[in-house]
Ligand binder design. Structure first.
Ligand code: AQP
Length: 354
């Protein structure tokens, strides 16, 4: 039960070339949701400092994510597209959430362990606190639905934990400001200021895997460019990467159950299904019994058909940085107006004098 006004929020970090995982796990869903929901899509540039402090081209990268949003079909007039650092409420609320979140919760975050590697002592405090800033990104707008890839599931659970603890610890104060909503968390009635966000992770490719290793996530930071299809790849690169994608010696099964224990086959079928808005079962009905030598050319052709209009529109937009900056500035001013309302209420709830 959730009686908050439905609102979608999500973001992408400007930390390198967008790939098919970002597109299928996030941006394609963003586009679909704007038909049914009020949506806020953010380029989370403050997160980009967490793993690497100094960037040569952060502004350019920020523009390229915004260009990808618009090129993929997000309507920046009807909805909100902006970059995080233009709205100071993200950092402000994150500080309150740093004081709500418990060290034990943060210590369980697997993405920190993966990204910090063996030498976690040398990782930045920002990388450790990243999920708390992410909770603030979402809850600053009291958003209810968050489309993300499967890798972000744990961070969204943490967002719910933070919201829940804030709602319970400040229950009296929330009543006093008169801005809470009566919801149920499980069977418990709670007078909540922040909603329990719903992750939107469904679809046939919630976690797109590396083309070189079906057990590893497709990622911007993988040193092998052959591991991913980038949104800006040309026809030859896409064809080469799909052709070289790791597979096993068997052909494609006719049933989804036949993909079990075959991560690379499962990944390629999932990608095909997600790109064509079908299910894996539909794809196996069509290609079951065929060899990868027949399936791979069909997959690269489909990827090219879907991605090439986005790529060419991204290139066109990137040649007009002034336009992108205007879109982000306009989005930021509309986001700020909403964020300011939340921050005023949060200040009242917490007891900050202003
Ligand atoms: N492989 C993936 N499959 C499905 N969804 C994915 N996402 C990322 N990789 C996959 C989703 O894309 C959105 C934006 O992610 P991000 O760039 O902000 O951060 P990330 O998850 O850290 O992405 P990368 O590519 O893995 O970057 P690096 O290598 O820098 O860590 C999120 O919704 C994410 O779930």
């Amino acid at each position: 039960m959730n009686e908050f006004k439905p609102l979608v929020f999500s973001g992408v970090q400007p930390t390198g070339n967008l790939h098919l995982g970002n597109y299928l796990g996030a941006i394609r869903k963003f586009v679909a949701l704007q038909e049914s929901h009020d949506c806020i899509y953010c380029v989370v540039d403050m997160h980009a400092l967490t793993a690497q402090l100094v960037h040569d081209d952060l502004k350019e990268q920020t523009r390229s994510i915004a260009a990808a949003y618009i090129a993929a079909g997000i309507d920046a007039k009807k909805h909100i597209v902006f970059n995080q650092s233009q709205v100071s409420g993200h950092a402000e609320l994150a500080w309150v959430f740093n004081c709500v979140a418990r060290i034990g919760w943060m210590n369980r975050m697997t993405q920190f362990k993966d990204k910090a590697g063996k030498d976690a002592e040398k990782a930045s405090l920002g990388l450790y606190a990243y999920p708390s800033l992410m909770a603030s990104d979402i809850l600053l707008y009291r958003a209810t639905h968050v489309p993300v890839g499967d890798d972000q599931k744990q961070h969204l659970e943490l967002t719910r934990d933070i919201a829940q603890k804030f709602n319970l610890d400040f229950a009296e104060k929330i009543r006093a400001v008169g801005k809470g909503v009566d919801i149920k968390v499980g069977d418990e009635p709670v007078h909540a200021y922040f909603p329990m966000v719903e992750p939107l992770i469904d679809g046939p490719a919630p976690r797109v895997m590396s083309l070189r290793d079906g057990t590893k996530k497709m990622s911007k930071s993988d040193p092998s460019d052959l591991s991913r299809i980038n949104l800006m790849d040309d026809e030859d690169s896409i064809a080469k990467k799909v052709k070289k994608a790791k597979t096993d010696p068997d052909g494609l099964p006719s049933e989804v159950a036949g993909l079990a224990g075959r991560p690379e086959a499962d990944n390629l079928v999932g990608i095909y299904a997600a790109l064509s808005d079908k299910t894996k079962a539909d794809i196996l009905k069509e290609f079951g019994g065929q060899q990868f030598s027949a399936f791979k050319p069909a997959l690269s052709e489909l990827a090219l058909t879907v991605l090439s209009p986005i790529t060419s529109e991204m290139r066109r937009l990137m040649n007009d940085p002034g336009y992108i900056d205007d879109v982000l500035r306009d989005g930021a001013s509309r986001a700020r107006a909403r964020a300011d309302v939340t921050m005023r209420e949060v200040r009242d709830i917490v007891g900050f004098l202003y």
